[in-house]
Design a protein around this ligand. Structure first.
Ligand code: NAP
Length: 455
């Protein structure tokens, strides 16, 4: 049984029964049988049904927004995820024809030689709760458009999300067996992967979860995309616009209570600007309103679960015990559970867990650096590599620094945004994903070569 405990008040918000191993296997079999007919539909037909499904999710937004607050705590004032959900699906729909086009090498009197891109078959999507609609659509939309069937296993914290997506897509003409939302425990999920049930698995979540999925897939030759955790740095250079840098980097650190895979978790500031940057950052964080996410005045909701907040509290108190300075007094609404005060730390070092482990919460450590070389060394002193945000007026300098950063995405003067035209990817313990963009389509299909001799 899956139980969603609402972070608002600790009550049970939803329960769902997980599928037995047999029922799960039957579901995948139905997906496999339905996939060929789906793949045989004209591409434009698949695109219009998927985009009608996306629009149907949009039509439910007024219900979805409070439902998300109940499930994972994001304040209703932010209006849900439909903007990014729609933007990503629409972009992937727009590029589908070119991205999936045959590569023709020769069509002469003697030979026809070409490479087609064919769907994997059944794609398993394992999605996290932190941006439950946007993370799922990154794979669901292009996988369906490319002609795959999709089995979605969503997070136990957000069990209503997959149901809503499946209902919307079914109503829009995507056959029920082609897109299925399933409730699975970890063991059943691993068992299916190990039994070669899927042509491809896309997992978005923790490093530990990614390792478990990779172990389950070992020896099956199933393709696996792993979009895992991060410890993303921001670097404020000596020529940066300080107001803009503070506003964006602190928002990147604190939005969604810091529960963003590409949230800013470490900030390095050129020495001359250090004090001014910290002053701005502290002022921004002190202005937040922590509270019930259903209240439209709330800007910072509870963390999705009290156990996530305990980890952040532990990282903060260990750092302070080791000499870090905490700049934010405990908020009155901090209940010692899921409602956690945001925090800014200085006098931090890379010996502290708060600068090394993923915090995934509303805390950020800020350190002064003397030059680009020191910033680069510190940014790369991490097990993770998802995004890095460089603040400078000089594009060439940002690109040169970016060339040296071990990361999936380099941002200049922005942070915490997925551009669907660019590949969403990471390195090191962030895994080996490659979602969105033309590369997303390449990962959701396999190349198939045709060497046809005419004479
Ligand atoms: P998580 O515990 O790994 O859960 C994510 C999803 O994976 C959930 O659906 C979860 O199911 C499932 N799962 C976990 N272990 C599994 C296993 N052994 N077998 C089958 N399914 C398994 O991650 P989380 O803590 O909820 O999510 C936050 C993490 O996701 C952070 O590390 C964050 O950085 C990362 N993330 C990365 C990206 C990216 O694009 N790189 C985007 C968003 C989040 P249950 O809920 O049922 O346990």
């Amino acid at each position: 049984m899956i139980r969603c405990i609402s972070p608002i008040d600790g009550s049970v918000y939803a329960t769902r029964e997980t599928l037995s191993a047999q029922a799960a296997s039957d579901a995948v079999e139905r997906a496999r049988e339905a996939q060929a007919e789906w793949a045989a539909l004209p591409l434009d037909d698949r695109i219009s049904r998927v985009m009608a499904g996306v629009a149907a999710v949009g039509a439910m937004n007024d219900d979805i927004v409070p439902e998300l607050a109940h499930q994972m705590g994001r304040p209703v004032r932010y209006g849900g995820e439909f903007g990014g959900f729609n933007e990503r699906a629409a972009y992937m729909a727009d590029i589908a024809r070119d991205a999936l086009a045959e590569i023709e090498i020769e069509d002469s009197d003697s030979f026809r030689r070409l490479i087609k891109r064919v769907p994997h078959g059944v794609v398993l999507v394992v999605a996290p709760w932190n941006y439950p609609y946007m993370t799922a659509i990154n794979t669901v939309a292009p996988a369906l458009i490319a002609g795959n069937a999709v089995v979605l296993k969503h997070a136990s914290q957000t069990p209503l999300v997959g149901e809503r997506m499946a209902n919307a897509f079914h109503g829009a003409g995507v056959p029920r067996d082609v897109f299925q939302n399933v409730f699975l425990d970890h063991e059943t999920t691993s068992g299916l992967i190990a039994a070669k049930a899927f042509g491809f698995v896309n997992f978005t979540g923790s490093v530990g979860g990614g390792k478990a999925i990779e172990r389950a897939a070992a020896g099956t030759f199933t393709g696996v995309g792993l979009e895992l955790g991060g410890k993303d740095p921001g670097y404020v250079c000596d020529d940066a616009d300080l107001d803009a840098a503070a506003e964006t980097l602190i928002d990147g650190a604190m939005f969604n209570s810091g529960q963003c895979c590409c949230g800013i978790e470490r900030i390095y500031v050129a020495e001359p600007h250090f004090d001014a940057f910290v002053e701005r950052a502290v002022a921004i964080v002190r202005s937040y309103k922590l509270g019930n996410p259903l209240d439209t005045n709330t800007t910072l909701g509870p963390m999705a679960h009290a156990r996530f907040a305990q980890e952040v509290r532990a990282q903060i108190s260990e750092a302070v015990a080791d000499g870090a300075t905490a700049h934010i007094d405990t908020f009155a609404e901090d209940d010692g559970g899921a409602y956690l005060s945001p925090q800014i730390l200085t006098n931090v070092t890379h010996d502290m867990r708060v600068m090394r482990d993923e915090s995934f919460g509303p805390v950020v450590g800020i350190m002064p650096v003397k030059d680009d070389a020191e910033a680069l060394r510190l940014m790369n002193d991490s097990h993770f590599g998802l995004t890095a945000s460089v603040w400078t007026a000089d594009t060439e300098r940002a690109e040169a620094i970016g060339d040296g950063i071990e990361t999936g995405t380099v941002f200049m003067n922005r942070a915490d945004y997925l551009d669907p035209a660019l590949c969403w990817t990471g390195c090191k313990d962030t895994g080996r994903g490659g979602g969105l963009s033309v590369i997303g389509y390449h990962n959701l299909t396999r190349p198939k070569s045709y060497h046809l001799k005419k004479a």
